[in-house]
Design a protein around this ligand. Structure first.
Ligand code: ZN
Length: 485
């Protein structure tokens, strides 16, 4: 049976940048086998050691999730379209209950919201609901920026903001709630200032902290809706679990390069994030935006899909994204919609839940020291700091400096004398290196190079070290003339 397999942006570097391939097979399992035979580097991303599709990868046939049907035995037929969707660093709901009776609008507000008030879908009643609503934005970065701007303009009464970061120059390309003058300031300060300028009627509550298992339930309990604008897996699972435990809707969005996802998770009506992705990918497998990049406009689009869903939930109008995952590809300018199912075996929202309280999410995502020791993380002795490398070079040492970034990153900055072999090509090009040489591997921040070190050690290289913190830390600690990006 000939059918089409659609590949996600996050895996295309392993398929020669192809976004779709034609393959033959009678079942999902045969199609996946054919795919990894054709592109062997996809295998660790798609299959576990037992040859089963990994938990952070979903397979859809003609936009239907097949995970909870017959899994890889699910038959496929001529002309079917199979989509591979890994996690990417998401009916009609009852309206969120808000005490709108006592919240009359002032004359100023009536003028401000006049274009809403003349819409039957909003009207005075809807605008009062928006005023009574409390929304928590987790993160005031790429997704949180457009969310904060538009939700405040739309008249959401209370916006909670959680962030502990400061504004950096590299944020300004997409985090439009912060300006050039804000660089170096806490993001919460600049976001609050901008929101108050747009709409002084909004009550802004700030939490200058990382959301953790200790504070998440207390913070989220104060709000009607949580909006997930995070950029890392531990916080994403934390937000999901806390929302399910507190029975709150969780408006999900995520972004990578030029592809985004959005959904609404509400375990009372549909799946949660864990139903979709029971496990996170191992640390380092999926590049973060800092490693992989993101089109500056993309979080604007996905963030505003989230904002729209939040407003609809409050108004109780339209059809929400519960049970549906929106995939957006900016390069193709295509929106696709995939149907999601609740996993009856979900450990959080399934028939017999085993997770009844928040857990250690760093450990769950393999980031804590204990968990990392068992993962493919290099030993401490395999690490070299930029200052140590500088000392080696100053003393006449001549290690081979291997750069495993992409060519377009090499064009931005490089270490003198380094050779470039992008991580994705390392497998085929290992013979260009001599396993007797002393080799120092680097990337931008140290994640990809750690994987390269692991790969090389398995191939018999014994004298290979990872440059801790990558060229970014080299620029900060050794040579500030190397541009940071
Ligand atoms: Zn679930």
């Amino acid at each position: 049976m000939a059918l089409k397999v659609l590949l996600p942006v996050a895996l295309r570097h392993l398929t020669g940048n192809r976004d779709e391939v034609e393959l033959n097979g009678d079942s999902v399992g045969e199609v996946i086998d054919g795919l990894v035979r054709r592109f062997p580097e996809l295998k660790p991303h798609l299959l576990n050691d037992e040859g089963q599709v990994r938990n952070f990868v979903n397979v859809y046939i003609n936009d239907e999730d097949v995970r909870y049907l017959q899994e890889d035995r699910t038959p496929v037929k001529e002309g079917d379209v199979v989509s591979i969707v890994p996690s990417i660093a998401g009916g009609n709901l009852p309206a969120v209950e808000a005490a709108s009776d006592s919240l009359d609008l002032s004359q100023d507000e009536i003028q401000r919201y006049s274009r809403h008030l003349i819409m039957p879908e909003v009207g005075m009643e809807g605008q009062k609901k928006l005023k009574a609503a409390k929304i928590l934005l987790v993160g005031t970065g790429g997704l949180g920026a457009p969310l904060g701007l538009y939700l405040s303009a739309a008249g959401i009464g209370t916006l909670g903001l959680v962030d502990f970061d400061t504004v950096d120059f590299s944020n300004l390309q997409r985090q439009v709630i912060h300006g050039t003058k804000d660089v170096g300031r806490p993001k919460l300060d600049s976001a609050r200032e901008k929101i108050s300028d747009i709409n002084p009627n909004v009550r802004v509550v700030t939490y200058e902290a990382m959301l953790t298992s200790d504070n998440a339930l207390d913070i989220i309990a104060e709000y009607d809706i949580v909006i997930d604008g995070t950029d890392n897996f531990p916080t994403r699972y934390l937000v999901n679990d806390a929302s399910v435990l507190l029975r709150k809707p969780n408006v999900y969005g995520s972004i990578f390069r030029f592809e985004g996802q959005a959904s609404v998770f509400d375990a009372r009506q549909g799946p949660c994030y864990r139903c979709l992705y029971p496990e996170p990918p191992p640390p380092g497998l999926v590049p973060s935006c800092a490693e992989g990049g993101v089109l500056g406009i993309l979080p604007g689009i996905i963030g505003l899909v989230q904002a729209t869903e939040a407003v609809k939930l409050i108004l109780g109008s339209g059809r929400s994204l519960v049970g549906r995952l929106i995939l957006y590809d900016a390069l193709q300018m295509k929106f696709r919609e995939l149907k999601l199912r609740k996993n009856p075996k979900c450990p959080l929202c399934g028939d017999q839940p085993t997770i009844k309280a928040l857990i250690d999410y760093q450990q769950f995502c393999g980031i804590s020291p204990q968990a990392a020791a068992g993962a493919a993380e290099p030993e401490e002795s395999d690490e070299m700091t930029p200052k140590e490398l500088k000392t080696v070079l100053d003393n006449g040492g001549t290690p081979v400096i291997l750069d495993v970034r992409e060519p377009h990153e090499y064009d931005i900055c490089r270490l003198p004398g380094s050779i470039l072999i992008p991580l994705g090509q390392l497998g085929q090009r290992m013979d260009e290196l001599n396993s007797d040489d002393e080799i120092v591997v680097h990337c931008k921040l140290g994640g990809r190079s750690a994987k390269a070190v692991d790969q090389m050690q398995k191939a018999g290289f014994s004298n290979v070290k990872n440059l801790t913190g990558g060229i970014d830390r080299w620029s900060q600690e050794v040579d500030p003339s190397v541009p940071r990006y």
